[in-house]
Design a protein around this ligand. Structure first.
Ligand SMILES: Cc1cc2nc3c(=O)[nH]c(=O)nc-3n(C[C@H](O)[C@H](O)[C@H](O)COP(=O)(O)O)c2cc1C
Length: 320
């Protein structure tokens, strides 16, 4: 499937693998890229050692790197270090991209801005983003409340109205070819997939966590603050994170006040359970698209499978 996104980045398929904190290391990014997509290292909260190691593991694969923007402001020098590695793209999400945009663009690196509102899409256009990712609330991990169905076409119209060359990409709940076909119809040049790549052999996820998650349906995820509270990450109020609604979240989600009051105690108990990787008590960030995933496969195969199915749908063939 050829689109402006595949042309711009020389990809086989119009797919960007999401830069997922902790899960998207060098092996995943490299496999996604080998598989014809744009692979991304999940620079996340900005652990320099981890990012260096993962970049080395990616070898000479063409990959990009993502950052949680509000965290990058605590150590902006990390961006300079990554830019020296000549990433294909820097993917910024969750915060104002303005302080970093010029530096990225002057480095001949593409700037990808993930947004959750029309207002932030305008900001992304203003700072010169090459790609704007419209992320719906179905998405795994952090995000906001708007669904992709109206957000994507609304941002598509706005990009046209502003006469911008930014390419629009859709994210949130896309795990198979039906999602990619829908994204194309809504005006996007491609998709970002996180949850589908999280459920791949190359993702940094324990097998028992993988198995517990893919046995769940799309009903069994929830947007919550509890996991940030227990991990001690001070996320801006506007963002919550979608995660598997496991026993730990069933116990605490909706009882944030009680949780906050006993936070030290909760944290201690939680940290103990983390060592065993118990799925019932772990932070498992996944989106609604989980319900469309039946097995853990290689990341190398994902973009092709999804794109072939989408092409068949768009060509009017029976893709079932
Ligand atoms: C495990 C996981 C971790 C994520 N971490 C990040 C992150 O560190 N930075 C980021 O910009 N987005 C992150 N995301 C969100 C993705 O960028 C993307 O918007 C989302 O995965 C798309 O929706 P989907 O999961 O339904 O495919 C994460 C998503 C998941 C599933």
């Amino acid at each position: 499937m050829k689109t402006l996104l595949t042309e711009r980045f020389g990809l086989e398929y119009p797919v960007i693998q999401a830069p997922m904190a902790f899960a998207a290391g060098g092996a995943l990014a490299a496999a996604a890229s080998r598989g014809g997509a744009l692979g991304m290292i999940g620079g996340g909260y900005g652990d320099p050692e981890w990012i260096r190691t993962q970049y080395d593991l990616a070898g000479d694969a063409r990959v990009g790197c993502g950052f949680i923007t509000w965290r990058l402001s605590q150590q902006p020098w990390l961006l300079d270090e990554i830019l020296e590695r000549k990433p294909v793209a820097v993917f910024l999400s969750f915060g104002d991209p303005a302080p970093y945009a010029e530096k990225i663009l002057n480095n001949d690196t593409a700037l990808v801005c993930q947004v959750q509102t029309l207002k932030d899409a305008r900001r992304a256009v203003e700072v010169g983003a090459d790609v704007i990712v419209a992320q719906g609330a179905e998405a795994g991990g952090h995000g906001e409340i708007r669904g992709a169905m109206a957000l994507v076409p609304e941002i598509s119209d706005e990009i046209a109205r502003l006469d911008s060359n930014a390419l629009l990409v859709a994210a949130g709940g896309i795990s198979d070819g039906r999602g990619l076909a829908a994204a194309r119809v809504l005006g996007a040049e491609g998709i970002v997939m996180g949850t589908r790549y999280w459920a791949s052999r190359e993702a940094l996820v324990l097998p028992k966590i993988h198995q517990a998650a893919i046995a769940a349906t799309g009903d069994e995820t929830v947007r919550t603050r509890i996991l940030d509270m227990v991990r001690g990450f001070e996320w801006p109020e506007r963002y919550t994170a979608r995660a598997h609604f496991n026993d730990f979240l069933r116990q605490w989600h909706g009882r944030e006040d009680v949780f906050q009051n006993g936070l030290e105690q909760q944290r201690e108990a939680w940290e103990k359970t983390q060592k065993s990787g118990d799925p019932a008590n772990s932070a498992i960030f996944v989106g609604e698209g989980l319900g469309l995933i039946a097995e853990i496969i290689s990341a190398e195969d994902i973009a092709r499978i999804v794109s072939v199915q989408a092409s068949d749908i768009l060509a009017g063939k029976d893709a079932g």
